[in-house]
Design a protein around this ligand. Structure first.
Ligand code: TXA
Ligand code: MG
Length: 339
């Protein structure tokens, strides 16, 4: 709904980006072609994936990728994930294809697993943050796949948030952070998974987790007791930077609902369930009424953004067991709390 203005010139509520709404399961071809054309000509296009919204630019266009870093305010040493339409494209981006990469791509793609391999020559330095490796994934989302196929080029896409902010799991989050600095937002509804992909180094015999994410260590066949990819991890440059922080305080409560601190805070504010709308003017949002880590993952970033919009001072989040998807969820919550 365009806002009324003088002389009939509408000023869209998007901050300037063109908003293309598509059906998440069978996206309109004309809209996808339009977004793909913008990508091909070096524009910035935000689009949904199964994990979070990405901010896409053609990976082979240094100027376009430079604009992505500028729009996000992202440190130049933090490389981007290159998104492709199918397993075959991995061969064009990698200098060599380690057997492990082929195995993992076959098993998990399309899906929320990002593979780091040695980069083929010719990929712009800005895309890979000056590294000799490249991170690649095939997203499991009909809109992302349609867009990648129509664009016909590899698409570098970090999460479509301002650097340091919670990742966007809805088009409205993208518009709030970046609407005035990008060309197109493809709105394909909310993201199903809600936390980012798992980043693994696929160059050795066993996968090395560089960033915890939607594919768990258990799914990768890695031992349970392994330390997570924490602040000290050498691997993924992005995990060194401040991340996922909303503009209100985040506190972590033990699982199970009985923590004194959380209850005290909930009493001074309002205790609301995860899926309930956040009441305006409250002080504390207590994230507790979720069924499991999966449901918390899907709702987490949106809840953090709703809480700050509603003027909450504190978000208290009941923790989940750091196993399976819970490990990535707790990693993000700890980072949000540290921010
Ligand atoms: O689910 C996701 O991964 C989303 C969607 C849009 O695909 N993307 C995403 O991108 O989360 P971003 O840029 O927010 O996070 C990418 C992570 C960063 O931690 C970055 O350092 C790491 O991947 N990364 C990228 N290239 C790498 C490389 N060559 N070696 C090690 N880590 C790399
Ligand atoms: Mg990100």
């Amino acid at each position: 709904m365009p806002a009324p203005t003088i002389a009939g010139v509408s000023s869209p509520p998007t901050g300037g980006a063109r908003l293309l709404r598509v059906d998440p399961l069978s996206p309109d071809r004309a809209a996808i072609s339009e977004a793909a054309a913008v990508l091909r000509s070096g524009g910035l296009v935000a689009f949904p994936t199964e994990t979070v919204y990405g901010l896409g630019a053609r990976a082979d266009d240094a100027a376009a990728v430079t604009r992505v870093f500028a729009a996000k305010g992202r440190p130049a040493d933090n490389p981007l994930i290159v998104h492709v339409a199918g397993v075959d494209d991995l061969g064009r981006l990698a200098a060599a294809l380690p057997p492990l990469a082929i195995e993992l791509a076959t098993r998990f793609w399309p899906g929320p697993l990002t593979l780091v391999v040695d980069a083929a020559p010719g990929i712009p330095e800005v895309t890979v943050g000056g590294l000799s490796t490249v991170a690649v994934r095939v997203p499991a989302h009909p809109v992302a796949l349609a867009l990648l196929a129509a664009a016909g080029v590899p698409v570098a896409a970090p999460s479509a948030n301002r650097s340091g902010r919670p990742s966007p799991t809805a088009a409205a989050h993208v518009i709030a952070d970046l609407g005035d600095r990008i060309d197109v937002v493809v709105d394909g509804g909310p993201c199903r998974v809600g936390v980012e992909s798992t980043v693994v180094d696929a160059r050795a015999a066993v996968p090395v987790v560089l960033r915890e994410g939607a594919v768990s260590r258990e799914q990768l066949g890695l031992p349970d007791g392994d330390p997570g990819a924490g602040e000290d991890a050498a691997g993924s440059p992005g995990t060194r930077h401040r991340h996922y922080a909303p503009r209100c305080a985040v506190e972590i409560a033990p699982p199970g609902g009985g923590p004194a601190r959380a209850d005290a805070l909930a009493r001074v504010g309002r205790k609301v369930g995860l899926v309930a709308p956040v009441p305006a003017g409250g002080d504390v949002l207590h994230l507790a009424a979720y069924a499991d880590a999966r449901e918390l993952a899907t709702a987490l970033y949106g809840a953090l953004r709703s809480a700050e919009e509603a003027g909450m001072d504190v978000v208290v989040i009941e923790s989940v067991e750091p196993v399976g998807l819970g490990r990535a969820v707790m990693d993000r919550i700890r980072r949000a709390a540290a921010g």
